[in-house]
Design a protein around this ligand. Structure first.
Ligand SMILES: NC(=O)c1ccc[n+]([C@@H]2O[C@H](COP(=O)([O-])OP(=O)(O)OC[C@H]3O[C@@H](n4cnc5c(N)ncnc54)[C@H](OP(=O)(O)O)[C@@H]3O)[C@@H](O)[C@H]2O)c1
Length: 305
């Protein structure tokens, strides 16, 4: 369950997504998610500079800590100048989330792998961090981080990269195969391209004006229509929606999707995605339509893989 959109502007809801989120809605999202067995929550200190973590921590407070898992991230780009900026940033995350340990802690980007990766080792040893992942790293950076942790008896246990029908760089770069062979979990983010692959948005019904995602995606919605129509028609044939089919595609490719959930009914889409069957022909047709759309959705924070 992804929560970038949960706190970007200081209010619940934000200028990046332009969504109007309410506390009752987010509580209902958490309630439905937990009832459906979705208990791993992804956030980051940089999502609203602590506000996503804080909103998430408040919403989860009514559950026992052992009933959910927290995934958050150290970001080298905002590292301070203290002796141990990683430990400092993690302490901020712990305070925001109202917890004393993080289940899955990530290095958010590969700014300087040899410099930052060793800082994770004491956090693992102390038990404040249970598992380590790396995000937005290419294959050689993943291997380097794994080697640094391996020398101390730990390993990279998860990868988190942008992966959607429209953005398959991790597949083309061999990262998916590497993860499969090494038994590393691959978490796919922006599987729905921030709403562009849900079928909800189109040229007639663009993303919220003034939001950052509108700037990025509204100009390409017409090119995506053939793809979203196909997602929709597969969805209709299986009694579900385009968003669930796009999610099912990511599952069929062997990844674990992290879906940004902003409304209670989004959880229903996730439940449905688990039971959708896509044939090899469906997958090939969806990928061909995605390629034909010829759009580049690489995030401004992402490197070529
Ligand atoms: N490591 C990284 O660098 C990185 C980068 C980006 C994201 N992430 C993580 O990945 C998560 C997912 O990415 P994201 O939130 O940016 O984008 P996303 O999952 O591709 O799209 C989320 C948007 O899709 C819509 N949506 C979600 N479920 C839906 C459903 N069932 N039916 C219809 N619409 C649905 C919502 O839009 P509306 O609000 O308009 O309804 C929501 O805001 C983030 O929250 C974050 O945890 C990590």
């Amino acid at each position: 369950m992804g929560t970038w959109a949960w706190g970007e502007s200081g209010e619940i809801g934000n200028g990046y997504f332009g969504s109007h989120l309410t506390r009752p809605d987010l509580e209902e999202v958490a309630h439905k998610a937990h009832a459906a067995g979705f208990t791993l929550w992804d956030t980051a200190l940089v999502y609203g500079m602590g506000r996503s973590e804080t909103a998430l921590g408040e919403v989860l407070r009514r559950y026992a800590r052992s009933d959910y898992q927290l995934s958050t991230k150290f970001n080298p780009r905002i590292a301070g100048t203290s002796d141990d900026p990683v430990a400092d940033m993690m302490e901020q995350s712990l305070a925001n989330l109202g917890t004393d340990y993080i289940d899955l802690y990530w290095i958010h980007n590969p700014a300087d792998v040899p410099r930052w990766t060793p800082h994770l080792i004491p956090l693992l040893k102390s038990g404040k961090v249970k598992h380590i992942g790396v995000s937005n790293h290419n294959l050689s950076e993943i291997k380097l981080a794994d080697q640094i942790l391996g020398d101390a008896g730990f390993r990279v246990e998860a990868i988190q990269n942008h992966y959607s029908l429209l953005y398959r760089s991790s597949e083309h770069a061999g990262i998916l195969d590497y993860c499969r062979n090494q038994g590393i979990a691959f978490f796919a983010y922006m599987v729905l391209e921030q709403g562009a692959l849900t079928g909800r948005y189109g040229p007639e019904n663009p993303m919220p004006q003034g939001s950052r995602r509108a700037e990025i995606y509204n100009g390409m919605l017409a090119q995506l229509k053939a793809l979203t129509d196909k997602l929709d028609s597969i969805g209709q044939s299986q009694g579900t929606a385009a968003s669930a089919v796009a999610t099912a595609w990511a599952i069929a490719k062997g990844t674990t999707p992290i879906i940004g959930v902003t409304k209670p009914h989004h959880v229903d889409g996730l439940v449905q995605a688990r039971s959708i069957t896509l044939t090899n022909d469906d997958i090939a047709e969806l990928e061909a339509l995605a390629d034909a759309a010829n759009v580049n959705t690489r995030g401004f924070w992402e490197q070529e893989m």
